[in-house]
Design a protein around this ligand. Structure first.
Ligand code: PLP
Length: 401
């Protein structure tokens, strides 16, 4: 099945989309029909009829590892190196804290333009450690040069949430290792969008988000990757019972579980993990190399049409034009970006906005067609030439943008 070529949008029927042109799968993936069916079954049958028997009957207790291994198949990680659970922010704290403690060095290096939660978590960790560790945030083009013999840990987001610019994972990981630093990648904007090769790149740690391109649903569990060679070496900092060697012995002393299980903390989010598990089914049918090829087909067409049809209308392409350096969304700037995006959304063409002036358009060929791209650019052109964005209801900012 995986070898059969699919056209963009070939899996659209597997999602609840109606006529919506959905350009926001980089922020919140749409509802997979498989997830809709699964949540009903888990709630009505597993929980509703099984009660606590379901911990064993449906193996709820191992769901974080099961889902983790499936995500591993999408990011180039052999089984036994990923657990699902917690939020990306919390996963990042857990792994960064364990890495810094293991390293003994004094500096965390990150990208000054990193997603704010990543910066906040690292700042909070430095504060907790009594400023014995400092966080140095550098622009993307200075990261390589900023890795020194003091660097404990390099924390980068593989694909930038604003511009979609993509780091060379193999090269930066090798540069970190050459200086004896530990490498932690945030894969929030990569997972499910393009091939990632964690094991081949010899990455140490990674975290990622599953409500974006994995379509796991709002607030879906994040994931943590720890390379096999480090699993018995690092000692967790957040030491909960689900990371204990024998949680159901109820002993009074913490002892880390073997392997990746030690990154787990509390009871798995069974409902949310079940939904995520079902959401991953579509990736059994279509591989990431094909998804990536088609994503670039869609985003290249989008950029071409914006260049050709929207010239002189105040839009700037803020993403790399070199497809090899771009993730799976394209950002356009316009000084009225917020209102223009609201006008698009009012036409049921859904993207999002990031301050101060970025409109983001996600390319997700599982359910998106070339016609969706044409419809989006046609609507943009119309909104800009008629000035129809200039209405009070489009200018009024909501809390979530
Ligand atoms: C989306 C995203 C997150 C999300 O963090 P949560 O804790 O799950 O809210 C974190 N980091 C990056 C880079 C992201 O893009």
């Amino acid at each position: 099945m995986k070898n059969t070529p699919h056209a963009p949008g070939a899996c659209r029927d597997r999602f609840v989309l109606g006529k919506t042109v959905y350009m926001n799968g980089n922020s919140l993936g749409p509802l997979p029909r498989a997830a809709q069916a699964r949540i009903r079954d888990v709630v009505d049958t597993q929980w509703g009829e099984g009660f606590s028997r379901s911990w064993n009957r449906y193996d709820w207790i191992n769901i974080a590892q099961r889902v983790g291994d499936r995500i591993g198949g999408l990011v180039g990680a052999a089984p036994g190196q990923i657990t699902a659970g917690d939020s990306t922010s919390v996963c990042l704290f857990k792994l960064a804290a364990a890495a810094v403690r293991h390293s003994g060095r004094t500096r965390i290096l990150t990208d000054a333009g990193n997603f704010p939660t990543d910066l906040y978590v690292l700042q909070g960790l430095a504060h907790l450690l009594g400023e014995k560790v400092d966080v140095r945030a550098e622009p993307a083009d200075r990261i390589g040069a900023a890795i020194t013999d003091d660097t404990a840990l390099v924390v980068l987001t593989h694909v930038d949430y604003k511009t979609s610019a993509m780091y060379d994972m193999a090269a930066i990981t090798a540069a970190a290792h050459a200086r004896g630093a530990i490498m932690l990648w945030d894969l929030s904007h990569s997972t499910g969008a393009l091939p990632v090769h964690l094991d081949d790149c010899e990455v140490d740690f990674a975290v990622g988000c599953s409500y974006k391109y994995l379509n796991g649903g709002p607030g879906a569990p994040a994931f943590s990757y720890v390379a096999k060679r480090l699993q018995e070496v690092i000692v967790p900092v957040v030491t909960g019972w689900m990371g204990h060697r024998t949680p159901f012995a109820f002993s009074g002393e913490y002892e880390p579980a073997a392997g990746i299980r030690r990154t787990s903390v509390g009871t798995p989010e069974v409902l949310a993990q079940s939904v995520l598990d079902a959401s991953l089914d579509v990736f059994d049918e279509i591989g990431l190399d094909e998804i990536r090829d088609q994503s670039l087909l869609l985003s290249n067409l989008f950029i071409e049409r914006v260049d050709r049809d929207c010239a002189g209308l105040g839009l700037t392409v803020a993403s790399p034009r070199d497809a090899q350096r771009r993730g799976s969304h394209v950002a356009l700037t316009h000084e009225q970006g917020y209102a223009i995006m609201q006008a698009l959304i009012a036409r049921d063409i859904i993207g999002d906005f990031r301050a101060p002036d970025l409109m983001r358009f996600g390319f997700t060929p599982l359910y998106q067609t070339l016609d969706d791209v044409h419809a989006t650019v046609d609507a943009l052109h119309d909104i800009l030439t008629t000035g129809s964005w200039n209405r009070p209801e489009f200018l009024q900012r909501s809390f979530v943008t």
